[in-house]
Ligand binder design. Structure first.
Ligand SMILES: [Zn+2]
Length: 146
């Protein structure tokens, strides 16, 4: 494929990224069709990714921006009926949490260093290792653990 063909999409992706930052990975900003998102995800996997720095520090961000992550998140929400599994709140801003295994523990356990390794890690994308939390519960779970 000729280079430069993704230029416009990269701009779109940057805009999407900024928007997601603002909304905290919210679903609200549906500006791209899922087919477009899928194509962008494929075009930007790993080293082809415009933001690829080759470092581990960006891995989490890369994963969070990946189509597969969004799919996992949406599957977890659907299974939990868009309800916080801890406090039962609905119709509020929701987040998907890696549970019972922490995201960072899976990354460590499988020694995941690249987005490709992350995408191929089944446990990372298992709906059985995910739960729906509202923002408040997610915050409490993350910061007030034991
Ligand atoms: Zn909650």
């Amino acid at each position: 494929m000729p280079k430069g063909i993704y230029r416009r999409k990269e701009k779109t992706l940057i805009r999407l990224k900024l928007r997601m930052k603002k909304l905290g990975l919210s679903n609200k900003g549906k500006i791209l069709s899922s087919e477009t998102k899928r194509r962008i995800a494929i075009a930007h996997i790993g080293k082809k990714h415009w933001n690829w720095k080759g470092g581990k520090s960006k891995l989490r961000i890369s994963i969070a921006n990946n189509f597969k992550y969004r799919q996992w998140r949406s599957d977890v929400f659907t299974r939990d009926n868009f309800t916080c599994v801890l406090c039962g709140l609905r119709g509020v801003y929701l987040e998907a949490d890696h549970y019972p295994k922490l995201f960072s523990d899976i990354i460590k356990e499988y020694n995941i260093k690249t987005i490709e390794e992350a995408l191929n890690c089944e446990e990372l994308w298992s709906i059985n290792n995910g739960r729906t939390l509202c923002k408040k519960c997610h915050y409490n779970e993350t910061w007030n653990k034991n």
